[in-house]
Design a protein around this ligand. Structure first.
Ligand SMILES: [Zn+2]
Length: 194
């Protein structure tokens, strides 16, 4: 059977999404064919809306649809938990084990991929440190995450702010976003100073 161009094109779009293989992408494309016009319009509008309304919190770098995110606006900034990506905040929030604020680096240090400190949201972290009791580094427990944690500790500790690292309850090489709530809260609770 000759492939229908528009179906293949839509499937190719879906396959660019994380975790979507070619088979699933094709199933999604067929699902769109089964939608009503209204449903397709709503789908397109939701895509556009997310792109136009979601931006980065001017304080912490989390996703928000206002200038400052809900967490920064409502919590004490005595403890700052540093994460690599906004999705990591969602995972930690689900554990309910942390009641401070966050800071999103938007990446990790990686000499292999030429990602240097200048590529990460670090400068604004340093400008937030006055009056802070502790910085907890919750980057992934892999080589890049560890290197990032050590780098931050070297930078922040001389400024008189204690820096700690989440415990290795999360197994080495795994990703924070997939850790369950109990493991994450244990990792936070048993954090060690750097
Ligand atoms: Zn924020």
């Amino acid at each position: 059977m000759k492939e229908i161009k528009s179906i293949a094109a839509l499937a190719a779009r879906f396959s660019t999404l994380p975790g979507v293989g070619q088979k699933t992408a094709l199933r999604y494309a067929y699902a769109v064919i089964d939608m009503t016009e209204d449903q397709v319009d709503a789908f397109c509008a939701a895509l556009k809306e997310v792109k136009s309304s979601v931006k980065l919190c001017s304080v912490c770098g989390n996703f928000t649809d206002s200038d400052v995110c809900d967490i920064c606006a409502s919590r004490s900034a005595k403890k700052i938990c540093v994460v690599s990506y906004p999705k990591d905040i969602a995972a930690i929030e689900k554990s309910g084990a942390f009641d401070g604020v966050y800071h999103v680096l938007h990446g990790t240090l990686s000499p292999m991929d030429n990602r240097t400190p200048d590529d990460l949201n670090i400068k604004s972290l340093l400008s937030r440190l006055s009056g802070v009791d502790e910085v907890i580094v919750a980057t992934n427990p892999d080589v890049e995450g560890e290197a990032t944690a050590v780098y931050l500790a070297r930078l922040i500790k001389p400024l008189g702010v204690p820096v700690s690292r989440i415990a290795q309850g999360i197994s080495m090489g795994s990703e924070l976003e997939y850790a369950d709530a109990v493991t994450l809260s244990q990792a936070l609770y048993r954090r060690t100073s750097l």
